[in-house]
Design a protein around this ligand. Sequence first.
Ligand SMILES: Nc1nc2c(ncn2[C@@H]2O[C@H](COP(=O)(O)OP(=O)(O)OP(=O)(O)O)[C@@H](O)[C@H]2O)c(=O)[nH]1
Length: 156
Amino acid sequence: MSRKKAGKGKNGNSSPMTGSPTGKQNGKTGKSTAGTGSVVQANGMVHPSRPSLSNSSEFYDIAFKVMLVGDSGVGKTCLLVRFKDGAFLAGSFISTVGIDFRNKVLNIDRLKVKLQIWDTAGQERFRSVTHAYYRDANALLLLYDVTNRTSFDNIK
Ligand SMILES: Nc1nc2c(ncn2[C@@H]2O[C@H](COP(=O)(O)OP(=O)(O)OP(=O)(O)O)[C@@H](O)[C@H]2O)c(=O)[nH]1
């Protein structure tokens, strides 16, 4: 099986469309979860199993697009950063603007599996932007805050 390159910016991730250059905002300043370089079609969609145009040397055999969905503040970005970098984003809450993604390549059964994990903004005002990215997703992770019943109800 031929190997393809995984898209990877300088932070190990790529972000084709964030509401700000940083992907995160708190009303005043943004926090970066994004890097550079991406494989995006004209309609803004990224297809799994397509090779990235980045200059990374990390190859993969198969790719999947995964979306993190849920209310603002349920911990989508924290979950992604924890999974990707092993760190917990402590401190003040900075809300995601628009949409952002990070790549992670895992070795599973001797295959390099690239997960392109999209972190959507939970705020209502970004709903129309983030919904457009669901269409070709391979998996949706529905997140809620166990201490917030409304965030669970809103999963529907
Ligand atoms: N106690 C606790 N706090 C968490 C946990 N995960 C995230 N948080 C906190 O919850 C807040 C929101 O986390 P984010 O990951 O930015 O939330 P989000 O779902 O990405 O929010 P949006 O970007 O607005 O959609 C931050 O202050 C985090 O520190 C967790 O597992 N436990």
